[in-house]
Design a protein around this ligand. Structure first.
Ligand SMILES: [Cu+2]
Length: 101
């Protein structure tokens, strides 16, 4: 992965880059991986493999999913750089982090 030193070039660079789809599996009451780093413009899909519903809620409310049913999924396209702690509000011990570069 290459980093450009010029801040002004980042948007241009991101626009040309291929966007990537990442998957976070929710299974055993855990997000896996529990820390995911992606590029702005990438898409993240959370797939619920548990038998109970979950959701994906950023601690700062930058994003939040509806309830994701068992076997369901939710897709989010990352737009703004930062580090986002998130949790499942139905099971608040389920915590993870999404890092947008
Ligand atoms: Cu949950």
């Amino acid at each position: 992965m290459m980093a450009l030193a010029l801040p002004g070039a980042m948007g241009w660079n991101a626009a040309l880059a291929e966007s990537t789809v990442h998957t976070v599996v929710i299974e055993g009451m855990k997000f896996s991986p529990d820390v995911l780093e992606v590029q702005v413009g990438d898409t993240v899909i959370w797939r619920n493999k548990d038998i109970v519903p979950h959701n994906v809620t950023a601690a700062n409310h930058a994003f939040h999913s509806p309830t994701i049913s068992p076997e369901g999924s939710w897709k989010y396209t990352a737009r703004k750089k930062g580090e986002y702690d998130y949790l499942c509000t139905l099971h608040p011990t389920m915590k993870a982090k999404l890092i947008l570069r």
